[in-house]
Design a protein around this ligand. Structure first.
Ligand SMILES: Nc1nc2c(ncn2[C@@H]2O[C@H](COP(=O)(O)OP(=O)(O)OP(=O)(O)O)[C@@H](O)[C@H]2O)c(=O)[nH]1
Ligand SMILES: [Mg+2]
Length: 244
C-alpha cells in the first residue's frame, strides 16, 4: 500500500470513526488544475464596483501580533520574491504606487494591509525563496509570513502567485508542503502572462496539477494575470468581491 493510500485510509477512519479494513484499497485521486471559468457579466460588474474606489493603505507591520483585529474578511498574496505580488495589488486597485514594487527581489519585508471600502483587507506579504537575501532577513520574513498564515481566522483565501513562465518551483513546493496541514483555502494565480504564450501557460497548468495532488484546501481554478497588460485582473477582482 503506498503512502497516499495509507493517509487516505487514516482520514476516512477519522471521519467515520470506523477503521477501514486494510484490504480495502482506495485509489489515489489526481486533482487537475484548470483555468478559472470566465465570470458572468454581473459577477464582473460586482468586482468592478467593489474595486472602483481603489484601496487605502492601513498599516505595515513586522510582527504578526500587531496586525489589525480580524473584524472583516481578508485575502493575501503569497509567492516567491519578485513574482509580482505588489504589482498585482496595484493592478487590482488601479493605484500604481499603492504597494511598493521593485526589480530587485525582496522589496516587501512586512505585512502591508490595504483596505477596500472598509469591508475587506488585501494583504501584501514578504516573498520567499530569494537565495541572495541575507539569511537573517529571509528567516525573519518567513517567520512573519507563517506566524501570520497560522491561525488568522479572517483569512478567506491565500492567492499563491506563480510566474506563468516557471510554474511550481522547488521553493513553491516547499511552501505548499508547509501549508498542506492548514485549512486556509488557497488558489493559484499565474503572473506575468504577457511574458509567455498560451501553450506554455497550458504546460504550467499541468505542472500545477502534479504539485497539488493530495492538497485538501486548494481551489483548482487557476487565474492567469498580467499586471502590466491588466489581463485577468477583472476576473480576480470578481473572485475577491465574492469573498467579502
Ligand atoms: N512583464 C511583467 N512584469 C511584471 C508583472 N508584474 C510585475 N512585474 C515586474 O516584476 C518585478 C517584481 O514585481 P513586484 O510586484 O515588486 O514583486 P513582489 O512579488 O512584490 O516582490 P517582493 O516584494 O520582492 O517579494 C518588477 O520589476 C515588476 O515590474 C507583469 O504582469 N508583467
Ligand atoms: Mg512586494
Amino acid at each position: 500500500m503506498d503512502d497516499g493510500n495509507a493517509e487516505l485510509q487514516e482520514s476516512i477512519s477519522a471521519l467515520t470513526s470506523m477503521p477501514v479494513p486494510e484490504h480495502v484499497s482506495i485509489p489515489k485521486i489526481e486533482i487537475r488544475a484548470r483555468p478559472a471559468p470566465v465570470p458572468s457579466n454581473s459577477e464582473l460588474e460586482a468586482g468592478r464596483v467593489f474595486f472602483a474606489e481603489g484601496a487605502k493603505f492601513v498599516m505595515s507591520v513586522v510582527d504578526a501580533a500587531a496586525i489589525p483585529p480580524p473584524d472583516r474578511p481578508e485575502v493575501c498574496f503569497c509567492g516567491r520574491s519578485n513574482v509580482g505580488k505588489s504589482s498585482l495589488i496595484n493592478a487590482l486597485t488601479g493605484q500604481k504606487k499603492l504597494a511598493r514594487t521593485s526589480r530587485t527581489p525582496g522589496r516587501t519585508q512586512q505585512l502591508n494591509y490595504f483596505s477596500i471600502r472598509d469591508s475587506l483587507y488585501l494583504v501584501d506579504v514578504p516573498g520567499y525563496g530569494y537565495a541572495r537575501m541575507p539569511k537573517k532577513i529571509q528567516r525573519r520574513g518567513r517567520q512573519l509570513l507563517f506566524n501570520y498564515l497560522r491561525g488568522r481566522a479572517a483569512l478567506r483565501r491565500v492567492f499563491l502567485l506563480l510566474d506563468a513562465r516557471h510554474a511550481v518551483t522547488s521553493t513553491d513546493q516547499a511552501f505548499l508542503d508547509a501549508m498542506a496541514e492548514s485549512a486556509v483555502p488557497m488558489q493559484f494565480v499565474l503572473t506575468k502572462s504577457d511574458l509567455t504564450n498560451r501553450e506554455s501557460t497550458k504546460r504550467t497548468q499541468s505542472r500545477i496539477s502534479q504539485a497539488i495532488v493530495d492538497f485538501p484546501s486548494l481551489h483548482m481554478e487557476v487565474i492567469s494575470t498580467s499586471s502590466r497588460r491588466m489581463a485577468g485582473i477583472d476576473m480576480l477582482r470578481s473572485t475577491i468581491a465574492s469573498l467579502k
